[in-house]
Structure formats: structure tokens, C-alpha cells
Design a protein around this ligand. Structure first.
Ligand SMILES: *Cc1c(COP(=O)(O)O)cnc(C)c1O
Length: 480
């Protein structure tokens, strides 16, 4: 069994094993002609249940054959140009290489004595990101597992910085279109059920600052404490960007912590043409960025950044076995002092490899291309009488709904759209997402693949219309 341990004696086994795996994946990528096979839960479950985990195959090739059957053949492939569903990007090769390196070396970024250069590389990338945002000289941050954790940590810091005699008085303001992790964080932080105050959005799905001002006034008047405003720079559904400068003004006036959730919009930090869309982000107290969304990085790669490094102390605990207090005076850099996690992956290496091979402009160019594609897609949808499209894209999503000429019942239109999404998924021809707008079912394209073309978009719109019409035809038959 020792031959499976990765060490000086097994370097050749490691090379062969990993190369074989890489070969399989490369072959898969080269021959995948659809984003999905349409496999069902019922079809796949017995195949996976049939594997006896107490009877190992022993041999890498046999296991890779088996993996083809239980996973690779029917996986959902984000690199395919007709995968248009969630905020998953195709990944860049330098980052995948970084992934291979970081898992083999297996540094853990909690302490210097488990990572050495890894810690310094992560710190450089944090500094690089805070400089891109413009958070100033005292900024800091740490890599996290994702936007959800980044938002949680930011709100933890905001809670600790808020001046209140009771957590029950704390209020968090965020738009109706913000991410659900804001509410989840409030719950985890022991804030009350009413602690998150939803702020209405305008026609473009951006937070209405007049309404925000009104709610902040009300909060003060009621003797409550405005703990934080969470502005979104790129809402998950619409890519809409809240008016950051105005929100920042209000935060300053009412003494509220400004958190900017740029999990999606962070790609603009590298943009060559659209950086101005997130003007005002530099005034945040904390920022969430998900490199695994708009920097073309593999899951996970994310960070939380703060304007004032000292606020990260709210996440600091000293353990004698790991990061004793004396190490702070000895200036030993232990990233665990800033993190909610302890053992932590060296995800930063992926971004490092990306920046060193491609440069930030390379990433920004790819992100600009998907924003342009969304603008083209919007024109197609706006000119297409079969579809109602909600707003012009703020980044790279399109939310729309099939509207048949002959049907007026909104519930029937809902069902036709739901059916079309399901039928498309089952066909594997394309994968799209869905959401609700004004209580009605809509479909969503999240465009993060520069290889997707307007022809792909047009073709998928035809497929959706075909499925929806089929549903409505059958529905008529059922009725008669
Ligand atoms: C995706 C997303 C999140 C959550 O990020 P994860 O990396 O999935 O945890 C938070 N906020 C916004 C706006 C998002 O789009």
C-alpha cells in the first residue's frame, strides 16, 4: 500500500497516474459535443450504488474506466459553449495546472510553518486585489471557500464593529436582488429574523437609494443600529450593479459598514473597457470577490478584502498548538489569524499561475467578451417577438421568458417555460437556468464562456421555443 503514498520513492507512479487521468479528461474534453447527456437521477443512482467501496480495484486504469461510467460520461461540462446556466465559468489552463501543483504539494495556508511561500503568495494576491479595488494602504484580506463564506466573514466584522448594546437592534440593509447568503449570514450571526431589511430595486434591478435613505432614517428614528449595508456589484440574476457612490455616501452619513458583494462583478477589476461600472467600490469597508466566477478559476477561489486590516482581528483566536500569541510579536505570518477556516487550501496558487501566464489583461479581455456577448444576446431577445426580456444586462446574464402569441394565462406561460427548461436539460443540447421575476417563472442565460457565439444563443432560443410550443400543443390536446 505504501506505493500509493506520494513521496520520493513514488514520483514515477505519481507521474504515470496523474498523466493517465489527465489523458482521460483531455480526451473527454476533445470529444464532448453536448454540455450534458441528460442522465436522470434514477438512471445514475443505481450505477453509483452498485459500487462496493469495501472492494477496491487496486489499479488506476480500472478505476478510471469505472469513473467514466459513474461520473465523467454524464457530468455537466461548463466548458461547453451551450452551457448557459449558472455562474460557472470555463477554467483557464494555468489555473488547472496550479490546482494540480497545489494538491500535490498540499500546503495548508493556516500557518507559516505549513506553507512558507504559499502564505506570501496569498498575501501578494490579496494586496494585488485590494490595489485593484483601491482600498488603500491599510487594506488586507484572506482567501475563502467562496462568496458565501466571504459575505459571512464580512458581516461578522461589521457586527463586531457596530456600536450596539444588543444584537437585536442591529439592522442590515440590502436590495431585494442581493444574494441569499446575506440572510443566511445574519441567521448564523445570531441577528434577529427582521435584521435584514430588503430595499426595493429600480427598473434595472439596482438598489433604490431613495428607499435606502428612507430605511436608514427609520432605523435611526426607531433607536436601532444600522450595522451594514450590503451593496451588490453584479446581482446573481441580472448582473445589476447597485449605485455604489450613492450607497457609500449614505453609509458614511449613517455610520454603517459598507460591504460590496462583488462575487460576480469582480471580473470588472481586470476589465479593459468596463472598469468604470464598479466605480465607488473603493469606498467599501469590505468586498467579496469570487475568482471562481469571473476570473475563470476552478472552484474554489474566492476572497474577502477589508479596508482596515485591524478589523480582521475579530476572526482571531490563538491556539497554543498552532498560532500562539507570541508569534504576532515575532511577526510570523499566520493567515489563520484572519480566517474563519483553519486548515485551508492554497487556492491562491491558481490565480498566481493565471496572472503569471496570462496577466490580468488576459482575464479582463475574456470577461469583456462575455459582457459584449450578453449585449448582443439582449438585442436578439429584444427583437424576438417570442420572448420577453427583463433588463439590459449589467454584466453577462440575460433573464427572459417565452411568451406564446396565442396564450394569455400567465400560469400556463409559467408551465411552458418550466417545461422548456426541463426538456432542454433532459435533451442535453444546452443547459439554461431559471428564476422568478414578479412571481413569474423566467429563464436565464449566464454567459461566462467567450467561446459561446450569438449563433449559439439564437439556436438555444429556437430549442426553447420548440419545447415550449410542444408543451402548449400537448396542453391543448389535454384540454380538448
Ligand atoms: C455566487 C454568489 C454568491 C455566493 O458565492 P459562492 O461562491 O457560491 O459561495 C454571493 N453573492 C453573489 C452576488 C453571488 O453571485
Amino acid at each position: 500500500m505504501r506505493s500509493h503514498l506520494l513521496n520520493d520513492l513514488t514520483a514515477e507512479h505519481y507521474r504515470r497516474s496523474v498523466t493517465e487521468g489527465v489523458e482521460r479528461v483531455a480526451a473527454k474534453l476533445a470529444t464532448t459535443d453536448r454540455p450534458f447527456t441528460g442522465v436522470t437521477v434514477d438512471a445514475l443512482t443505481p450505477r453509483i450504488d452498485a459500487i462496493d467501496l469495501d472492494r477496491p480495484l487496486g489499479d488506476t486504469s480500472a478505476v478510471l474506466d469505472e469513473l467514466e461510467d459513474v461520473y465523467l460520461r454524464d457530468a455537466v461540462y461548463f466548458h461547453h459553449p451551450r452551457y448557459l446556466a449558472h455562474l460557472n465559468c470555463p477554467v483557464v489552463i494555468p489555473a488547472v495546472l496550479g490546482e494540480a501543483v497545489l494538491s500535490a504539494v498540499n500546503s495548508s495556508l493556516d500557518t507559516w510553518d505549513q506553507s512558507a511561500g504559499g502564505t506570501l503568495i496569498e498575501r501578494r494576491l490579496i494586496d494585488w486585489t485590494t490595489a485593484r479595488i483601491g482600498l488603500g494602504e491599510n487594506a488586507d484580506g484572506v482567501f475563502t471557500s467562496g462568496g458565501t463564506q466571504s459575505n459571512l466573514q464580512a458581516l461578522l466584522l461589521a457586527r463586531e464593529e457596530a456600536k450596539s448594546d444588543s444584537p437585536a437592534k442591529l439592522r442590515v440593509f440590502t436590495s431585494e436582488a442581493s444574494h441569499f447568503s446575506v440572510k443566511k449570514s445574519a441567521k448564523l450571526l445570531g441577528l434577529g429574523q427582521d435584521s435584514v431589511v430588503p430595499i426595493p430595486v429600480d427598473h434595472d434591478k439596482r438598489m433604490q437609494t431613495v428607499a435606502l435613505a428612507r430605511e436608514l432614517e427609520r432605523c435611526k428614528r426607531d433607536g436601532l443600529v444600522p450595522m451594514a449595508v450590503v451593496a451588490t456589484a453584479g446581482t446573481t440574476d441580472f448582473g445589476s450593479i447597485d449605485p455604489l457612490p450613492e450607497v457609500a455616501e449614505l453609509c458614511a452619513r449613517f455610520g454603517a459598514w459598507l460591504h460590496v458583494d462583488a462575487a460576480y462583478g469582480c471580473g470588472l477589476l481586470a476589465s479593459l473597457r468596463y472598469r468604470d461600472r464598479i466605480e465607488g467600490i473603493e469606498r467599501a469597508d469590505s468586498v467579496t470577490v469570487d475568482y471562481h466566477k469571473s476570473f475563470f478559476q476552478p472552484v474554489s477561489s474566492s476572497a474577502v478584502l477589508v479596508r482596515d486590516a485591524s478589523t480582521l482581528r475579530h476572526a482571531t483566536y490563538h491556539a497554543e498548538y498552532l498560532n500562539p500569541r507570541r508569534m504576532v510579536t515575532e511577526r510570523i505570518p499566520n493567515q489563520v489569524d484572519k480566517s474563519l477556516q483553519t486548515t485551508r487550501r492554497f487556492d491562491a496558487l491558481k490565480l498566481w499561475m493565471t496572472l503569471r501566464v496570462m496577466g490580468a489583461d488576459g482575464i479582463g479581455q475574456l470577461f469583456d467578451e462575455v459582457c459584449d456577448l450578453a449585449a448582443e444576446g439582449w438585442k436578439l431577445l429584444a427583437a424576438d417577438p417570442r420572448y420577453d426580456v427583463v433588463v439590459e444586462p449589467g454584466l453577462s446574464t440575460l433573464v427572459f421568458r417565452y411568451i406564446p402569441a396565442a396564450v394569455t394565462d400567465p400560469a400556463e406561460i409559467d408551465r411552458a417555460n418550466l417545461y422548456a427548461r426541463g426538456a432542454l436539460f433532459a435533451s442535453g443540447d444546452a443547459v439554461v437556468a431559471g428564476t422568478k421575476v414578479g412571481g413569474r417563472h423566467y429563464l436565464k442565460f449566464t454567459l461566462l464562456n467567450p467561446e459561446t457565439t450569438t449563433d449559439d444563443i439564437a439556436a438555444v432560443l429556437d430549442l426553447i421555443a420548440g419545447h415550449a410550443e410542444q408543451y402548449l400543443g400537448e396542453s391543448l390536446d389535454r384540454a380538448s
